[in-house]
Write a protein that binds this ligand. Structure first.
Ligand code: AMP
Ligand code: MG
Length: 349
């Protein structure tokens, strides 16, 4: 008998030693603002609170890469260089982002287009919605809209990748016609999720997390109770409540584009921030929101914007083409989903 207990003790010893070295993950939470939107973090870690690092990472991405306003950003430099003969050299990551965006422009027949800058600036829905612009909002005149639209469209861009014959490294140059301006508002939050995911994967103390950057949410790892992550889908008719909940296991990116996110109202009309490049007006495709679930953040964010502009039928086709799950809410409140979304979604009664 003694012998038996000795064996059990010896077998259990490594387990005891291992679990002494590893604490139970603690939950750290934070709510802040960055990239002009709300950042909510919910992180399970066996180490230190890393929510400050993640805020810095998002701020850095905005300052160094994405902002069309800040002179420090790559996008600012790219827009300043529009019309020059020698193009502008891109970082490897930006070249890859632009390639993906151009592919999606083609696949969405122009419904998604990051070269929408001049029209987006003319409307400046973000400025009105955030209260930065005061006074009486008026939609732009048809003349102004036509002038802005003439400067939009990815057909005014050309990417050229050359391989350095000596070093073998690739250099990508962007050429754009004078007056062109890129706007990465439709993909920036998703790209932030990609950077956050890289950070989480590089930190072995972190066992699970959900991080939401505006309308895009990253789920990662496992919950201590081993249940699925639960991501709320906002009801576009009443943005204070949820329409339903998505249950997701492991790592996913969930992006929503909706007419309730940023808008200004005038004369009983809601002018929202997602524009139809074909008309220059806020997209009027019969939808009030689209949610897309994919592994990749940039893709979920880009697809949700594209599907919103395309509407239900064409949007569904595009989502399927990219192997993404999608949920469409039309203006009457009807919900339409890809078959793969159905088991993930539960409506709130
Ligand atoms: P999201 O909220 O991700 O759907 O992105 C909307 C933002 O993307 C807007 O605030 C604009 O900055 C930009 N945008 C608006 N319309 C389009 C469009 N058709 N294609 C690409 N970007 C757009
Ligand atoms: Mg988007």
């Amino acid at each position: 008998m003694k012998q038996f207990f000795r064996i059990v003790f010896l077998l259990a010893l490594p387990l005891v030693i291992c679990s002494c070295g590893r604490q139970e993950p603690q939950r750290v939470q934070s709510v802040g603002t960055a990239m002009g939107t709300v950042i909510q973090q919910n992180i399970y870690t066996q180490g230190e609170d890393c929510t400050g690092d993640i805020m810095e990472l998002i701020d850095g991405l905005e300052e160094q890469t994405l902002s069309w306003r800040l002179e420090t950003s790559e996008l600012y430099r790219v827009n300043q260089a529009a019309g020059n003969d020698y193009g502008v050299e891109l970082t490897e990551e930006s070249a890859q982002v632009l390639r993906q965006c151009l592919e999606l422009t083609e696949d969405s027949e122009g419904a998604f287009d990051i070269a929408i800058g001049p029209t987006a600036r003319l409307w400046d829905i973000d400025g009105w919605a955030s209260g930065q612009r005061q006074g009486e909002f008026q939609p732009p005149s048809q003349d102004d809209l036509e002038q802005a639209l003439a400067l939009c469209g990815s057909d005014r861009l050309r990417l050229q990748t050359d391989v350095d014959p000596e070093g073998g490294s690739e250099v990508t140059l962007l050429y754009s016609e004078a007056g062109t301006a890129l706007d990465l508002g439709a993909v920036g939050k998703g790209l932030a999720l990609t950077h956050i995911l890289e950070y989480l994967e590089g930190n072995p103390d972190i066992t699970g997390a959900t991080v939401s950057v505006g309308g895009s949410v990253l789920t990662y790892g496992v919950k201590p109770d081993a249940g699925p992550w639960r991501v709320g889908i906002t009801d576009p008719a009443d943005s204070a409540r949820n329409l339903g909940i998505l249950s997701l296991e492991g790592q996913w990116c969930v992006s929503t584009s909706g007419d309730y996110e940023r808008f200004v109202e005038a004369g009983g009309v809601r002018y929202h921030h997602i524009l139809d490049p074909a008309t220059g007006y806020p997209a009027d495709s019969g939808l009030s929101a689209v949610t897309v679930v994919t592994k990749d953040g940039l893709l979920s964010d880009a697809l949700s914007t594209a599907c919103f502009v395309l509407g239900r039928e064409k949007g569904m086709k595009l989502a399927k083409q990219y192997g993404a799950e999608a949920l469409f809410v039309d203006k009457s409140g009807e919900i339409i989903m890809t078959p793969g979304m159905e088991p993930l979604f539960q409506a709130v009664q």
